[in-house]
Design a protein around this ligand. Structure first.
Ligand code: CTP
Length: 420
């Protein structure tokens, strides 16, 4: 395997000196490292130090025309396997979240099509500030891996989270990201994957369910599960990219709506069932939601209080409608009906049983034994009456895109469209 290539963006701040040790560790592990220093970073480390350690030219100035001749900034942003920002200052994170490109580092970060890992370092107040919280949430929602900073005494004398993680910990996060690449924000018309003229689902209507459901116990409590919604949202995004009209029925998840997707938010399984029924007819339904199997039999109108006796209130459960099985039996059953199943053991056998029980056409069985829900990649097996199609572990976005190709082929067989 070729040596992994890292583009390391070194932001400003006292922690920038640790980037020197990071470059040393990465080089020792046989990685190729190319460094970019921000103007603030240059106050703390010299380009010469980084160039000597990385054995590569260090880039600082966007308008260095000679560099543009040697290598354009777009190319520079894409030749790496992973872009690492360490230290990622509050200012850099804010610019990344807002999509500002006003110097070499931020321009590369906006232009890249590669996964990005950020290791933050800043004053504790800055890390805990609502603006930084918001920026970190936005970046994570966009598929950027933002590490948690270390906690401890800071250069400024305050105490708390905000210290740059140790170089060894950043190296570990880099190894992980390389082995299991984080999802990248779906881009409308991204040339690598969805050229404008490759729209195999054009003229199709696709329904996707995603996320968990929340089943209320009283006004402040609910039953839920750990579904992140990422795979379902990636599927809705890929379906829209492939030209379909997409209805996404989403449980409560803080994810941005993919471009071109019509989204309806629901809380409970009963609401999800109603929105699914209201969205028919469709050419294909892809049921990715982790629907709660049970809800509270009675929802208390007021918050349930402890009465001081030590007695625990009983919680009676009622079974939720099985949306997928219901759709399979409905007169408006879509020509292609797909269920998802996250399993920890006997993945194929459970999926085959589920396929028969639910009456759908495919079960996309997802092996979650190594990686609980909420991860960035999936290893799936498409189980149908024709057999099992097993795919390598792929980023959730790649699973979604590959699935769209398979769905488009299957729909052409089942319900061919007349195209001129
Ligand atoms: N599903 C659904 N409605 C439900 C439960 C599940 O539509 N009430 C769908 C899911 O969206 C998924 C598929 O059925 O596509 C399988 O979900 P899963 O939770 O694995 O199925 P269960 O029948 O709940 O099986 P298990 O006993 O493994 O939880």
């Amino acid at each position: 395997m070729a040596a992994p290539r890292i583009l390391l963006i070194v932001g400003g701040g006292i922690a920038a000196y640790k980037s020197i040790e990071l470059v040393r560790l990465l080089r020792k592990a046989g990685m190729t490292v190319r460094c970019v220093l921000t103007r603030a970073g240059e106050q703390f480390v010299t380009p010469l130090t980084l160039a000597a350690l990385s054995e590569n030219k260090v880039h600082t100035n966007l308008f260095d025309l000679k560099d543009e001749v040697e290598m354009g900034h777009i190319e520079l942003s894409r030749e790496a396997d992973l872009v690492v920002v360490a230290p990622a200052t509050a200012d850099l994170l804010a610019k990344m979240a807002a999509g500002i490109a006003d110097d070499m580092a931020t321009t590369l970060l906006l232009a890249t099509d590669k996964p990005v890992l950020a290791a933050p370092a800043m004053n504790v107040r800055m890390w805990l500030h609502a603006a930084t919280r918001r920026n970190v949430a936005t970046l994570r929602g966009d598929g950027v891996s933002v590490m948690e900073p270390d906690e401890g005494e800071m250069a400024c004398g305050e105490y708390g989270p905000g210290r740059l993680p140790e170089p060894a910990a950043i190296k570990e996060a880099i190894d992980k990201a390389l082995a299991n690449p984080p999802a990248i924000v779906p881009l409308a018309g991204q040339p690598d994957f969805a050229p404008a003229n490759h729209r195999p689902l054009f003229g199709r209507r696709i329904l996707v369910t995603a996320g968990p459901t929340h089943e209320p116990i009283d006004p402040v409590r609910y039953i839920a599960n750990r579904s992140s919604g990422k795979q379902g949202f990636a599927i809705a995004a890929a379906a829209a990219e492939a030209g379909a009209e997409v209805l996404l029925v989403a449980g409560p998840v803080p994810l941005p709506t993919p471009p071109g997707v019509i989204r309806v938010d629901v809380e409970t399984a009963v609401e999800m069932a109603a929105e699914v029924a209201g969205g028919l007819p469709v050419d294909a339904a892809i049921m990715v939601a982790a629907v709660a199997d049970w809800r509270a039999a009675d929802t208390a109108p007021r918050k349930i209080k402890k009465d001081g006796s030590g007695r625990v209130p009983p919680l009676a459960l009622a079974e939720n409608p099985d949306i997928l099985a219901g759709l399979a039996k409905s007169p408006e059953r879509p020509p292609l009906l797909i269920g998802f199943a996250a399993e920890t053991n006997d993945v194929i056998a459970h999926a085959e049983a589920k396929l028969a029980r639910k009456g759908c056409d495919w079960i996309v069985a997802n092996d979650v034994s190594a990686d609980p829900m909420g991860g960035e990649s999936n290893r799936v097996h498409i189980v149908s009456k024709d057999g099992v199609d097993s795919w390598d572990r792929l980023p959730k976005q790649a699973v979604a895109r590959k699935l769209m190709e398979k769905i488009a082929d299957e729909l052409e067989k089942r319900t061919p469209l007349e195209r001129d």
